[in-house]
Write a protein that binds this ligand. Structure first.
Ligand code: HEM
Length: 506
């Protein structure tokens, strides 16, 4: 990974990092030989969770192997604050993204290094959220009708159907109804496949030694390149029409594509105004938004409907959603969604127990001199650090009965816990109650600190609308115990083959 990120780095630096890893505590004992190290890397595919729990108990920094790259240094919570408040000159999140998506080989290096889409979410999307709620709710309702039906009992693939619904809701906001529904539904399908293919290609490329990567990458990235061509064929003509119109008369469009075009025109940014670049920005947004949200809402539905207390929980949620919807004239708006404290809690509780990353707040040290943390440890340039978020979320010091899914865990205590946090657009801190979007030292699914997920306000709105729609409109049955999530390295994913039975409520 070192060569991938810093190809021109001199050899002494590599040796220094080698000494660093040798001197660290390992969750398992550090294998001495190259062959043993390779075995431990391979076994980390299934053993990462175990290693993280073991290491967490040591209360000191420890290293774990990664099957597709260099080891990661896991920091205890006490060190995290220092890392997440550091400037981008000291630590970098984009470099982690660059590596995880093999951006150098997929042609996305420029996109990742120039995070126009990140600014778009921070400044524009969050500012416009209030007036987008009705559109999102409308698109999600159509998505449920298409995927879960409105007639009789139906068996549906939970993960796939959620992903299709999430992708409709998100793209309605990213690029409007034109691309997400009416003109060509294939855009959504190809953009989902593009993301899947990029992650698969990146995993393959990162498995290979650095010298082999340029050779295998054309093959590994071929499926994603094909999907990209399909997406371009659909989106570029529409983007060209938008571009022509944006230079002329008044435009009534209110979506991310339009905000992006208008921003670029104001800045006179010819590179970003290229239709293919705009299409790639849309795909990058999809990459950040779709799988994360689909995994989280799938987990939330699985947890809710396989809990021993399903009847009480679903009853409580239904009562809250009916009451709130009636109070807002039968139409969802931002105020109504903010009032859904039990729904918020049910999703937050599921995300606490099933965060899709067993580790989080990943950063690569970019200060050429390395970093001194707390005067106790020196971490060299190029090392990746992270926090063991799943272990923190299951620590009895922070959560009572941490292994139990209690849908109302956060709504019961919500008004007792007043905290200060930043507004969605990064505005001045205001007093408010902690909800799904409030990151903290002990709730880390959206990261924490300067780079905490800027899309979480939108994701929270979309997931709450989805769960409210499910409890209000469907009876859901999942036979047997909760299907276990599958761990792949430090990722934990719901079983995508699970079928659930759904029946519209009369
Ligand atoms: C349940 C859904 C989601 C989860 C769990 C999630 C999680 C995360 C996490 C863990 C990070 C890294 C934060 C850190 O390391 O401190 C992140 C970053 C990011 N997320 Fe999300 N995300 C979700 C949905 C979204 C959505 C819907 C969008 C777009 C609308 C989005 C856009 C981004 C962007 C642009 C970044 C990069 C931020 C930066 O570089 O400063 N995410 N997300």
């Amino acid at each position: 990974m070192f060569y991938l990120l810093f190809p021109a780095s001199p050899r002494p630096l590599i040796q220094r990092r080698h000494h660093f890893w040798e001197s660290q505590k390992w969750a398992d004992s550090r294998p001495k030989r190259w062959s043993q190290r390779s075995c431990s890397k391979v076994s980390s595919i299934s053993r990462s969770r175990y290693l993280l729990y073991e290491g967490y108990r040591m209360l000191t920094p420890f290293a774990i192997p990664q099957f597709n790259g260099d080891p990661v240094l896991i920091l205890p919570p006490s060190y995290m604050k220092d890392i997440i408040t550091r400037s981008d000159l000291d630590v970098s999140l984009p470099l982690v993204a660059e590596h995880n998506t093999a951006a150098r080989y997929t042609g996305d290096e420029y996109i990742v290094r120039n995070p126009v889409h990140v600014d778009l979410v921070k400044r524009q999307l969050n500012r416009h959220l209030k007036c987008l709620t009705a559109d999102i709710a409308d698109e999600l309702t159509l998505g449920f009708l298409e995927q879960w039906g409105s007639g009789q009992y139906k068996s549906v693939p939970l993960y796939t159907s959620c992903m299709k619904i999430v992708s409709r809701g998100a793209n309605r906001v990213f690029c409007g109804a034109d691309l997400c529904r009416c003109r060509n539904p294939n855009f959504l399908e190809h953009s989902r496949r593009y993301t899947q293919n990029i992650f698969a290609a990146a995993a393959l490329i990162n498995l290979a030694p650095a010298w082999l990567r340029p050779m295998i990458s054309p093959f590994a990235t071929y499926p994603a390149s094909r999907q990209l061509e399909y997406c371009k064929a659909i989106a570029v003509p529409l983007i060209e029409t938008r571009l022509k119109a944006a230079h002329g008369a008044f435009i009534s469009q209110n979506d991310a594509l339009q905000w992006l075009i208008e921003d670029c025109i104001k800045r006179g940014d010819a590179v970003e105004l290229d239709p293919v670049m705009l299409c790639r920005r849309l795909l990058r947004l999809n990459m950040a938004a779709i799988h994360t949200t689909s995994i989280s809402i799938t987990n939330a539905i699985l947890d809710l409907y396989t809990s021993p207390e399903t009847t009480r929980f679903v009853g409580g949620l239904r009562e809250e959603c009916e009451r709130t919807l009636a109070a807002h004239g039968g139409v969802w708006n931002k105020e109504g969604i903010d009032a859904l404290v039990r729904t918020d809690s049910a999703i937050k509780e599921s995300m606490r127990l099933r965060s899709f990353g067993l580790i989080g707040t990943n950063r690569i040290i970019t200060n050429p001199c390395g970093l001194d943390l707390d005067g106790k440890i020196h971490i060299p340039f190029g090392v990746q650090v992270a926090t063991p978020i799943d272990a923190i979320h299951r620590d009895a010091t922070f959560y009572e009965r941490p292994e139990v899914y209690d849908a109302f865990r956060f709504s019961q205590s919500r008004f007792a816990n007043q905290v200060y946090h930043h507004g969605p657009d990064g505005s001045r801190p205001s007093q408010s109650t902690p909800d799904l979007t409030t990151t903290s030292d002990t709730f880390l699914v959206f990261g924490h600190g300067r780079h905490a997920c800027p899309g979480r306000f939108f994701a929270s709105q979309e997931m709450k609308l989805m769960l409210a729609h499910v409890v209000l409109n469907y009876e859901v049955e999942i036979k047997g115990p909760r299907p276990e999530n599958r761990d792949i390295g430090t990722a934990s994913l719901p079983d995508n083959t699970v079928q659930i039975a759904v029946r519209p409520r009369r």
